[in-house]
Design a protein around this ligand. Structure first.
Ligand code: SF4
Ligand code: SF4
Length: 441
């Protein structure tokens, strides 16, 4: 860390350890094509809360004409890291790498308030530890099933607590019994490939049915599925929040776990995790032991929809009558460029009607820990999505990321829309098994 503390130039607000790359900053030609897809710009119409404005702020900090003040940091804290701006940019500006570097600089060099430090520590010490999330299941189940949650909400008791507590409560999923997943699920029929399944942290604890559905579908399509039980959190939440040292540690352990599993593909069903896994080669580029291994690991990573869409279907798809509204997760459509594959898989299901949402490039406000640390902005974006979903009168909303599932469910509840939000793979699994949508709820 000693070299991480030295400044790039005497004037720069950044230290010498990977400041935002000048060659990427210089690619921005200030055209503004990215502005209409930037959620914070759409909400507030403030140049400094647009991608172009944020790039300008990075340049100013680099040149020493801006300091890491509260206001400067605030513009980056408000960024969702959704990278919709990258999809829109005709000049190929890799904003994802810029914001990752800037956030790491902020966490090293900016002194957050004690409350903010504690809040962030609490989130990382919980959300990145599958064991701790598992332990939380029981008190949360009691809170929900005893009626305490309904009482707390109806009496407005939560208003007495910091907004953070209310945001956590609003996002709690309706917990069901946990489904267990075997370490190895054999392929049905002739084996196509041996693949590893990334279990995720929130997914593992709160959406175990998505993981079991993923293994069932892959097995039905001829893949042997290995889910290494020792795999840790992949570090996505940390790297997206600038906690690079912790993220690198988790990346190394994840690589170890999947190397031992000896698989041809490493499959994720959580878009935020998937985009992070594909960037391990970049995250560990300085690591003398892991740099090459990380590149090989990332080259094997696929979203589950990518793998399924690349081979002709084997198992029969039975009818699943439903009106499904499609929500693209940002880390799937923008960060991984996976947009057509979920649609092509859902189109295989007889009886399923798929509806597109207006403003589909725009983030729902989930964005890692964003909806917990920036609850007002996240709620405004969630409400905007809900306002587009409601007129479609869907029987289900379908997406590809647990964070989006929580965020959309919460936004829909706020407008009294009792529409379930499910993962793409759950609909495919229901169709292959020939079970109804209701049986998934
Ligand atoms: S990552 Fe998303 S919120 Fe951040 S500047 Fe780009 S479009 Fe805007
Ligand atoms: S679209 Fe690309 S080049 Fe144009 S302002 Fe946005 S980031 Fe810069």
């Amino acid at each position: 860390m000693a070299n991480e503390a030295a400044n790039t130039t005497p004037l720069s607000a950044f230290d010498a350890h990977h400041p935002p790359a000048q060659e990427i900053l210089d690619k921005c030609v200030h055209c503004g094509f990215c502005l209409p897809v930037c959620p914070t710009y759409v909400l507030w119409r403030e140049e400094m809360d647009s991608p172009r404005g944020r790039i300008y702020l990075m340049k100013m900090a680099q040149e020493g004409t801006a300091k890491m003040s509260d206001e400067w940091v605030g513009h980056f804290d408000a960024c969702l890291g959704c990278v919709a701006c990258m999809t829109a940019c005709p000049s190929g500006v890799d904003y994802g790498k810029l914001i990752q570097a800037t956030r790491a600089q902020i966490e090293r060099n900016y002194n957050r308030s004690l409350v903010e430090k504690l809040r962030r520590r609490l989130l990382f010490e919980t959300l990145t530890k599958p064991d701790r999330l598992n332990l939380l299941r029981w008190p949360l189940l009691a809170y929900q099933k005893s009626g305490a949650r309904a009482l707390v909400r109806s009496t407005g008791l939560l208003k007495l607590f910091p907004q953070f507590v209310e945001a956590v409560d609003a996002l709690l999923p309706n917990l069901a019994a946990k489904e267990s997943l075997a370490e190895t699920t054999p392929a049905q029929g002739e084996k196509r490939k041996r693949v590893g399944l990334v279990l995720g942290c929130v997914q593992r604890a709160f959406f175990s049915s998505v993981n079991t559905a993923t293994a069932r579908v892959l097995a039905a399509e001829g893949y042997e599925v290995v889910a290494p039980p020792e795999q840790p959190c992949c570090g996505a939440l940390m790297v997206h929040a600038g906690e690079e040292a912790g993220a690198r540690e988790l990346a190394r352990s994840t690589i170890d776990a999947f190397e031992r599993a000896n698989v041809e593909y490493i499959i994720s069903n959580a878009a935020g995790c998937g985009s992070n896994l594909k960037e391990y080669g970049y995250l560990l580029r300085d690591d003398p032991v892991y740099a090459e291994r990380a590149k090989r690991f990332s080259a094997k990573c696929r979203d589950v929809c990518e793998v399924l869409a690349e081979a002709p279907p084997r198992s029969e798809r039975k009818p699943l009558p439903a009106r499904a509204a499609m929500h693209d997760s940002c880390h799937l459509q923008h960060a991984q460029g996976v947009r057509a594959q979920p649609r092509s898989l859902l189109a295989q299901i007889p009886g399923l009607e798929l509806f597109e949402l207006p403003e589909s490039a725009l983030c729902c406000g989930s964005a890692g820990i964003y909806n917990l640390v920036q609850p007002e902005t996240a709620a405004a974006l969630g409400d905007r999505k809900a306002s587009f979903i409601a007129p479609l009168r869907p029987s289900v909303v379908v997406t590809g990321n647990p964070g989006c599932m929580l965020q959309l469910q919460s936004a829909l509840e706020r407008v009294n829309q009792r529409v379930p939000v499910l993962h793409t793979i759950q609909l495919l699994d229901a169709s292959i098994r020939g079970v109804s949508l209701q049986s998934l709820l």
